[in-house]
Design a protein around this ligand. Structure first.
Ligand code: UT7
Length: 377
């Protein structure tokens, strides 16, 4: 029997702090008019001091699990798509797994620049369709404000922070993720990169002095690449789902630049009324952009059962990806009853206690081994 991967839960998190173009113009030589005319961005969100990719991913994940009414212990896999993980390792997905108490789930991060979320969605849906997993949590989360050079007007005006999450579940009912295509052209890597901090140029006082830990981008070249690849990727995914562009009810593109979005819609012959845009509010949140936009499309009741949605993205690598989803769930979704929310709240409290206990036990074990066996060396 055929298996399908349906989106049964969704959630997003955006930090409270809003950074407007006007406020940015006090930091670098730019203006509200230039940013709006060239990008369509009016403001972006900036993570607070106590926030990170993990904390935002967790908030989005909890919301998605609540909508899906799925116990974290029933998750098989957690994938976090991000270019700004909390650490090089452990994976941010493992931090989320621990905090959720998703004790049966495998967890890993996936890095494909801004395309990470769609890459993760493709992996998750194929794991489900192949029969390997039943329920997978897919997250896109970024804290780009920590990797942009706030003195570089070519990049700092573009990016923002946030997170979005989907819960995918196996089903026999046709629908869900109908197709997904992935692409890459590594020869374009230098167009959008962080030169230092990896194994090629490890962090040193010299790399820090030269600002090599910040995003470097050839904006014009990325713009040209994006304008072309968005429509090509979307067309390929639409064809793979055996549909045509006029059967697409909603187009949710990567939210990097309104001009790129308009150009892709024009090439695909999709009118702007069927295109979801929120880049004006959040800027480019990289891997978080698509799931955040998807959540807002649901909140605005832009989807109804049977609708076909195209998701398409591009990013560092260079990478690109697109997916076609057949939406099945009537909107609005009623909030879960109070007692279920309370039970979930208790469960997350228990997960945190469990995690602390396991930390302590590891320290105790290490101490006990030292006391009883002495230093092996
Ligand atoms: O998720 C992937 C991430 N990356 C992207 O999506 C980036 C794609 N590229 C773009 O969105 C656009 O190329 C930008 C928004 C980055 C730039 O827009 P543009 O229309 O390609 O401008 P430009 O780079 O051709 O620059 C035009 C002028 C330049 O001045 P000159 O050389 O003509 O005198 C820039 O120095 O605008 C200047 N400029 C700015 N002026 C005011 C560049 N950034 C700014 C700024 N404020 N923030």
């Amino acid at each position: 029997m055929d298996r399908y991967a349906h989106i049964v839960g969704w959630g997003k998190y955006l930090p409270r702090e809003v950074l407007t173009n006007e406020a940015l113009a006090e930091l670098v030589d730019t203006s509200h008019e230039w940013i709006v005319a060239r990008t369509g961005i009016y403001q972006r969100r900036i993570a607070g001091r106590r926030e990170s990719t993990y904390t935002m991913a967790l908030r989005a994940a909890r919301e998605a699990l609540q909508v899906a009414n799925i116990d974290p212990r029933d998750l098989d896999l957690i994938i976090v798509g991000t270019a700004t993980p909390d650490y090089l390792f452990p994976a941010t997905a493992c931090l989320v797994q621990d905090a959720l108490g998703a004790t049966r789930a495998g967890a890993f991060d996936l890095e494909a620049g801004c395309t990470s979320f769609l890459y993760a969605l493709a992996v998750a849906s194929r794991m489900i369709m192949a029969g390997a997993n039943e329920r997978v949590l897919v997250i896109g989360a970024e804290t780009l404000s920590r990797i942009v050079d706030w003195k570089d007007r070519n990049t700092c005006v573009l990016f923002g922070d946030g997170a979005g999450a989907f819960v995918l579940q196996a089903s026999d009912a046709p629908g869900g993720v109908l197709s997904a295509m992935l692409g890459a052209d590594g020869s374009g890597g230098p167009l959008l990169m962080i030169p230092a901090g990896g194994s090629r140029q490890p962090a040193s006082p010299e790399t820090v002095r030269r600002g090599l830990h910040y995003v470097r981008m050839d904006g014009r070249a990325v713009f040209r690449f994006a304008s072309r690849v968005m429509s090509e990727a979307a067309s390929e995914a639409i064809g793979a789902a055996r549909l045509t562009a006029d059967q697409i009810d909603l187009f949710i593109p990567h939210q990097a630049n309104l001009r790129i979005i308009r150009s892709a819609a024009r090439r695909l012959n999709i009118p702007m009324e069927r295109v979801f845009v929120n880049v004006q509010k959040y800027g480019n949140t990289s891997a978080a952009a698509i799931p955040i936009a998807f959540c807002e499309a649901i909140e605005e009741e832009r989807l109804k059962p049977g609708d076909h949605v195209v998701l398409v993205s591009f990013g560092a690598g260079l990478t690109w990806a697109a997916a076609v989803v057949k939406w099945q769930i009537p909107i609005p979704v009623p909030p879960p009853p109070r007692h279920l929310r309370f039970r979930r709240w208790l469960r997350y409290g228990w997960a945190i206690l469990r995690s602390r206990f396991r930390h302590l036990r590891r320290r105790f074990d290490a101490w006990w081994v030292r006391i009883t066996q002495g230093d092996v060396a």
